[in-house]
Ligand binder design. Structure first.
Ligand SMILES: [Zn+2]
Length: 76
């Protein structure tokens, strides 16, 4: 399918069974479908993350911190 890189705007053509586009997932079984690979290169993925690090870290911090929860349970 045709995609435009979210970082640099370059046109690229990821496929579900190919290795074009990032992020790719962590293995054969976990490979991301083509329509979720929004960056044309690993550099663009990391460059975009660095430039949006505030929004990115705020997003991640919405999730519960499992380490803090388990610490509290130990004290109870
Ligand atoms: Zn790019």
């Amino acid at each position: 399918m045709k995609m435009y890189c979210k970082n640099c705007g370059k046109k690229f053509y990821p496929t579900d069974d190919g290795w074009v586009g990032y992020p790719q997932g962590t293995g054969w079984s976990a490979r991301l479908p083509a329509n979720k690979r929004v960056f044309h290169s690993r550099f663009c993925w990391e460059d975009w993350t660095n430039r949006n690090i505030d929004a990115y870290s705020n997003f991640l911090q919405q999730f519960p911190d499992c380490d803090i929860n388990s610490d509290n349970q130990n004290h109870n």
